[in-house]
Design a protein around this ligand. Structure first.
Ligand SMILES: [Zn+2]
Length: 173
């Protein structure tokens, strides 16, 4: 069972203006392109869904993007994953079996930064694949967590020097 992503986002939240664009949250469960898992709905902003599809298209045949978490739907819009612009992603094979990227997905600490050296060469290669595809698709990686990527919210705004377009939103009831 996947536990909540606990990356720090509040440290970067100060002084970033947000012009909320009103884009809807979409459920990725119906996507024919993206693998969602393991067992709950994953909702993200529409433009994030588009970028994830682009990232999938940039991966080699037989490697799939596995979207583990999107907008947090616990009804309390605080902390990470509250804007709909944030996702936790990893890779899986064609049959949906997750690939190993060197650490468990929500575990900050240890070699959890994307560029950290990992003991397993295969894990390092998978991280490189994920990093190239997500970056090329326009997503920004959290500095402490290889799995946490965002678009449109404050971390993305700081990294790209653009205006943030996603404020924190409550999930569907
Ligand atoms: Zn996350």
């Amino acid at each position: 069972m996947t536990s909540e992503c606990l990356v720090d986002v509040d440290s970067w939240h100060i002084d970033v203006p947000v012009a909320e664009c009103g884009e809807p949250l979409v459920d990725l469960a119906g996507s024919e392109v993206l693998q969602v898992g393991p067992d709950r709905a994953v909702r993200v902003r529409l433009a994030v869904a588009d970028r994830l599809v682009v990232a999938q298209s940039l991966l080699p045949r037989g490697v799939r993007l596995l979207v583990v978490a999107g907008h947090r739907t616990d009804g309390t819009p605080h902390g990470p994953h509250a804007t709909g612009g944030e996702v936790d992603v990893t890779l899986c094979g064609a049959d949906g079996t997750p690939l190993w990227l060197g650490t468990q997905v929500p575990d900050v600490g240890g070699p959890s930064r994307l560029a950290d050296e990992v003991a397993d060469d295969g894990a390092g290669a998978h991280r490189a694949l994920l990093g190239r595809a997500m970056t090329a698709a326009g997503m920004v990686n959290h500095p402490a967590a290889w799995w946490h990527w965002s678009y449109g919210e404050h971390l993305w705004a700081l990294a790209t020097r653009a205006a943030a377009r996603y404020a924190r939103v409550a999930g569907p009831s």
